[in-house]
Write a protein that binds this ligand. Sequence first.
Ligand code: BMA
Length: 313
Amino acid sequence: MNEFIMHRHPKNPIIRPEDFPVPADSVMNCGQAMYQGKTVLLVAVVYRGIVNGSKTGIHVAMSTDGLSFEVDPKPLCTMSNWCGKDSFYDRWVIDPRLTQIGDEYYIVRPGQGPCGPCALLEKTTDFKSVEFIDCIALPPNRVPCLFPKKINGKYVRLDRPMFGSGKGCGDIWISYSPDLIHWGEHRPLLSPGIAPYFDFKIGPTVPVKTKEGWLEIFHGTWDTCADVRYSLGAMLLDLDDPSKIIGCTRSWILTPQADYEMMGHVSNVVFACGCLVDEEKDEIKIYYGAADERICLATGSLNALIDACKREL
Ligand code: BMA
């Protein structure tokens, strides 16, 4: 197995369907943050059967050591009737992007419907209940990711509006807002095709601030004749003007190579919704979904990753 920058934790997978407190077929992807000194993951799960009227839900998993997680059996986010159309646009509760802004934690997740996903914004302060705020992107849009602070007086996000299903149609865009609800000044930021591993579509995760710039882990897909592989790459954005890319890895930093990534509900997938960094410890942690079936952890040197971004632009 080639591990250049990110290293798989020996205890992987750290959350499996059989560890879940409710019957689960797949433990998919997760949002991540620190809360009261603990690591908190928002874990999307495909239930075995229907639980609380829903096929999927997002559960809170907390840990003091970042490895052993206690999962709340009650979901934090479930299918909602936010548009008054019997959950017409909230059929598949997955892929939460979690951003701490001040003392509040914002969740953006896809509201899956027949024309693709819209984006639902929710907020929590205690990880026990959520407040629905609004739908902040029309379908089809794959999960806007909020920056953790305003930049030049505006909220900023990255997202992937999808205009078709053709090769190379999935760009990452940047946009701005005065209030997290109304978004504009949309600009394309990064397009697929930067490397073979990212040739079909790419998608954002929640950016994190470092001294050198905003670190943005992204996923990219490679369309082979056998399947579609999901890998992770990284880019660095200018701190004052995040529409400027100042570094980007041309190759993957994590690609499906371990058995638990190559075999599962959807094989050959590593998929992230965010990452955690500790600049003092020179550490980056990515809690990622492996084969759409379990949660794993990869760690690495933050400085090495930043250097790789700068070297390869
Ligand atoms: C994407 C999302 C993710 C999933 C990935 C691989 O489109 O639906 O939830 O992990 O596909 O199946």
